[in-house]
Design a binder for this molecule. Structure first.
Ligand code: PLP
Length: 366
């Protein structure tokens, strides 16, 4: 008897998520040291020293289960965002909250609409729940085509995801287009606005999705401690929505989904405004450097509002960079075989990438 006859067909049909290659793995494979990873949009600055100190202090307590309600973190964040505690849900990364949405709202016969290329977890959670993934191509500027997305909504549509800024293109949508889209969205469609990168945004007409979460029931704004806060390894993210929607997600989650260490670190990180400001500044400088240098190499890039940049380097570039000890994310799996996604690193990491790219170009390599 083969398990292939037992597995749910919509699970068997999934393409597993492809994470960036870990630094240690590449160093092992090539027998080198000092590889650079610019592949997973991690913070090059690292975590806040305040978060590190708070974690060190709590380590002797880890024989206790965490507070399943994230009391201290919830109180702090609700003051910060000026929302009530019942409007917040915490997850093991915002990835888990995507899973909770699928678990609570999607099943066979349902549809979920999202842009493509966008975050790879959307099709995984939608198809994993047995629902139909309706992916809508980005527009000519590689930004969300909100008009086309609105037209893709049917009576079967339960969820719509808007990734703003969008991963992997870095493009964002402005308030006018976003507000028009939300106003036209049927009231019974759940709107998920994934703002994993909102702290990096440069445009000044960025939409007020939190405001929509306050006024429009069935709106959830997702944010994370994995990117600007530099806590990706801990796994903690959150959602902001109306208490009814949050209540359904709460029913679907495990009681201790956010670890004790993660809760304490996230709460401390929230208080370190200087660290956030520094991370933003390092990113802005690195992004400007990469845009300029890639441009000088004749490599086209997408305008980015995030901590990464999509670059048209030609096919095979990610592999060539790997051989030189630089890990970037190949985009073939997103239907963009000519592109790589480069996370912004520290100045010396960005310079190393540019140096290798220049050498590859001059050497006639890809
Ligand atoms: C990184 C990322 C997330 C969240 O990651 P977690 O580590 O699970 O919080 C969510 N959405 C997008 C678009 C991302 O790029």
């Amino acid at each position: 008897m083969s398990v292939s006859r037992r597995v749910k067909p919509h699970i068997a049909g999934l393409e597993p998520y492809q994470p960036g290659k870990p630094i240690e793995e590449l160093e092992r494979e090539l027998g080198i040291e000092g590889a650079v990873k610019l592949a997973s949009n991690e913070s090059p600055v690292g975590p806040s020293p305040k978060a590190v100190a708070a974690m060190a202090q709590i380590l002797p307590e880890v024989h206790r289960y965490p507070d399943g309600g994230c009391f201290a973190l919830r109180a702090k964040l609700s003051r910060r965002l000026d929302v009530s505690g019942e409007q917040l849900i915490f997850g093991s990364g915002s990835d888990e909250i995507l899973e909770l949405l699928a678990k609570a709202f999607l099943g066979e016969g349902d549809e979920a609409v999202f842009a493509w290329p966008s975050f790879a977890m959307y099709p995984i959670v939608v198809q994993g729940a047995g629902a139909r993934a309706v992916s809508v191509p980005l527009d000519a500027n590689r930004a969300h085509d909100l008009v086309a997305m609105a037209k893709s909504v049917t009576p079967q549509t339960k969820l719509v995801f808007v990734c703003n800024p969008n991963n992997p293109t870095g493009t964002s949508v402005g308030a006018e287009a976003f507000d028009g889209f939300v106003e036209a969205l049927p009231a019974d469609v759940i709107l998920v606005v994934d703002e994993a990168y909102f702290e990096f945004v440069r445009r000044d007409d960025f939409p007020d999705a939190l405001g929509w979460a306050q006024r429009r029931p069935g709106t959830l704004v997702l944010r994370t401690f994995s990117k600007i806060y530099g806590l990706a390894g801990l796994r903690v993210g959150y959602g902001v929505g109306d208490p009814e929607l949050i209540g359904y997600l709460e029913r679907a989650r495990h009681p201790f989904n956010v670890s004790l260490v993660a809760q304490v670190a996230a709460a401390a990180a929230l208080d370190d405004d200087a660290h956030v400001a520094r991370s933003r500044e390092v990113n802005a400088h690195g992004l400007a450097y990469l845009e300029r240098e890639l441009g000088q190499l004749g490599i086209e890039t997408c305008p980015s509002d995030a901590n990464f940049i999509l670059a048209q380097t030609g096919p095979g570039c990610a592999d060539a960079l790997l051989q030189a000890g630089v890990i970037v994310r190949p985009m073939g799996g997103f239907g963009l075989p000519d592109f790589v996604r480069i996370s912004v690193g520290l100045p010396e990491e960005n310079e190393r990438l540019i140096k290798v790219l220049r050498r590859l170009r001059e050497g006639g390599g890809s």
